[in-house]
Ligand binder design. Sequence first.
Ligand SMILES: C[S@@+](CC[C@H](N)C(=O)[O-])C[C@H]1O[C@@H](n2cnc3c(N)ncnc32)[C@H](O)[C@@H]1O
Length: 400
Amino acid sequence: MSASAQALRCLKVQEYPSLIKYMGSKSKIMGFVVEGINRVRDDRPICDLFSGSGSLSGAIGQQATVVSNDIQAYSGLLADTYNRAYREKSTPHADHLLHLAGEILRNRKPKLTGNYSRDLSLNAFNEEEERQRALIDQDFDYEWHIFAKNYSGTWWSYEQCLWIDALREVAEAYKCAPIYPAIMSSLMFAMAYASQGTGHYAQYRDAKTNSSYRDILIYRKRSIAHYFQRKYNDILDYVPKKPVIYDHRSTALDFKDCLQKFEGGTVYADPPYCFVHYSRFYHALETLVLYDFPKLQLQKGKIVKGRYRENRHQSPFCIQSQVRGAFQDLFEGVKNSNSSLVLSYSNTGMISLNELLDICKSVLSKRNIEVLTTDHEHMTMGRKEDRQRSVKEGLLLAYV
Ligand SMILES: C[S@@+](CC[C@H](N)C(=O)[O-])C[C@H]1O[C@@H](n2cnc3c(N)ncnc32)[C@H](O)[C@@H]1O
């Protein structure tokens, strides 16, 4: 343990509401992560360099300053919900937000009228879904329509997409309010629980059999408004009634740029550990947040089934030929910002622990280097039995 860490009060994992389902989230081993941070930290800020679902901010944000960073913009809003959002007199209740969204919807002429309360056959259901997916070729005469146009009949139904767009439009009116991150996080939560997919947005499921049709139908009947309201009320109970005292920040930078700007402290690094890109799994959240009418990825001239954003971020940590260089850059950035490091790794990773240690030692030669491990059940986000498989999680610590 570093000498400066011994002199500081230990951070404890505080309770925080869960906001989205996230692949590789450390929420289940947060006690272990915070134990690692306690061993090395000093009184300077903690940089959550790959913050994802923002779980570290939720766990310690009321006890220390957190600089939260992730290349994906939605992550900053999740961290801000934990760390920077607060209530004021003018903060709207859920009922009011839903009323505003309902008004928007009442003033829109629907493009389709089908609903799922009728008893449809499998074929009729698939025809209805196809009609919804075809909306991507139509023009819309109002601005807030990305989800209705691009995602009807995919992870969500047309009706659910109308609600997503309308609540996103309502959120925009609160963009400068301290509760904005909470509104957006509640919408991300509602999207996750109403989605017919398996917890991410890489592929939606096809209704190939009666049994998969029945399962998809469960999600098609879920109300975005209901899930939004539930989470927003949870968050209102959780956030403080006055501005937060810590100087928390959130950024959407590449890790190298973030380390260059970081004033120094403790870096918690939880980079992607396998070849799948987060930008593909969570593209819909990125589009919700940016609402930037992205071009969609084409293959042989056709929009790909997953309707991903074109030019998604390709992380070097997910590319076999780049992963070593990426860790080298990470260690260099930690060294140059004069920080301590707590690095999460898993033995399913793209690189072995031994190799990682060699790179670490070559760059951070003057530091104490320690490895902590624990066994924990890893989430792979499938619906099958292999969903939980045993993976050794570890922390590599480097400190003065
Ligand atoms: C394993 S997840 C982090 C999970 C997070 N610790 C949690 O508990 O939710 C890895 C994150 O790294 C981000 N990422 C990938 N490449 C990045 C890069 N070059 N710079 C910054 N963030 C990156 C991904 O968007 C993803 O959210």
